[in-house]
Design a protein around this ligand. Sequence first.
Ligand SMILES: [Zn+2]
Length: 421
Amino acid sequence: MRSTLLVATACAFMTSLMPSALAQQSRGAETPAQAETVPDPVKILVDRLDLERYKATIKGLTQFGDRRQGTDRNRRAIDWIETQLKSYGCANIERLKYDYQPPNPDTRSTMANAAGGPGTPTPPTATSVGGGRPRGLRVRTGINNDPSAQSDPKLRALNSQPSAPGAREEIYCTKVGGTHPDEMYILSAHMDGIGWGEAANDDGSGTALVMELARVLNSPDVQTERSIRFIFWNNEETGLNGSAAYVEQRKDLQGKETPPGSGKYPEPKWLGMIQHDMMLFDHGMPREDGTMSKEQRPEADVNIEFQLNSKFASQSQTLAWTFEQADEKYATDYPARVGSHMTNTDSNPFMNEVAAISVRENERGTEIGNGWDPQWHQPTDVYATYNDKDFRLGLNAAQTTLAATAQLAGVTVRKTNSSAQ
Ligand SMILES: [Zn+2]
C-alpha cells in the first residue's frame, strides 16, 4: 500500500515537471498493452546509433588534421562532410558564405603552449568565464601553436599550411518537416579545430555526433512534423565568427515563405538551438602533480548548459531539462547534468534570439576552464588518445540529443521491412 502511494505521488510530481511531449511519452509507457502494439519511434531511432559508426565518423574527420579555418585542409573537410550528408539522404545542402579578417595581430595564433604544470588550488573568490564558480585543483590551459610540439611528422606536415584571411564557407542541410516546414530545431557543431593535432575531440566528436543524427533522422522511413537543420560551423576557434555570421545573415528571414505560395521556407522559424562541442573526455579534476586519471571516470556525465544571463534563459532552461529527461529515458550508460553557465560556444550568438543550449563532456567554464581536458587545443587531441569508454560518452550524448529532438520535432517511423520489429 505504502509503496504504491509513494510511486503514484512520484509519478504525479514528475509529470508536472515534464514538458508535454515527454509527459505523453511516459503516460504511453504506463500502458503495457499499448506499448507492445505501438513501438516507440524514438527508441527505434536511438537503436540505430552505433558506437563503431560514431568512431568511424570521427576517424574520417581526423584525416584532415586540425581542420584549421582558412586552409585547404579545412575546405577539404567541408567537401568530405558534404559527401557524407548526401549519402545519408540529407537533401537541401547549402553553404553560408562570409568573410573572415583576423584581428591584428591574431592573438590566438601567437599564444604559446601554456598547458601543464602542477595542480594548484582554485582561489575561493574565482569566477569562471560564463559566470560559474570553479572549485578544487586547476592547471593552466592554452592553445598550442608550436609545430615542433607535434611529434608525428606526418601530422606536422598535414597541419603546416597557415590560415589565410578571406572568404569562408560553412555547410548545412535540412530535414523538412511534414506538417510544419516553417519551424525548425538546429543541431550543430563546429568542424574547424586548432592546435596541431587531429581535433578529434574538439570538435570531431561533436561534428560526428551531428553527422550521425543527420544519418538517422534522414532515413527514408523517418518523418518529422517540424524541420531539423544540421549545421557545421566554421571559425569557432577564432571567436564564434561562423555562427555569428549565420545569425546576422539569416535571423530576419525566419518563417518567411519564399517565394510566396511555394510552401518553401528557406529559414524556418527557430524553435531551439543545440550545440555540441567536445563530447568524449570526462576523466575528472587534475591531481596535485598536474596529471589526470587515464580512464573515463565511472561517474562521467553529459553536461547540458544554458546561460542564465540571456534573454531566453527561461526557455533555454526548459529545453535543457527536456534533454536531461531524454537522457534518463534513452541514454545507455551515462547520466546528464544541467548547468546555468553556457559560454564560449556557437550557441551563444543565438541565446538572445531563441532557446539555446550546449552539450559537452564537462562544463566549459568551471571544469574545462580549470584544465579538466589536457588535450584541449593541444597536439595530443588525436583519435588514438581516446578509448571506447571515451567514445561511449559521446555516443550517450548522441542518444540524448536524438531522443529529445525526435520528441520535440514530432517523429514517426513508417513501417517497412527494415524498421518493423
Ligand atoms: Zn570546440
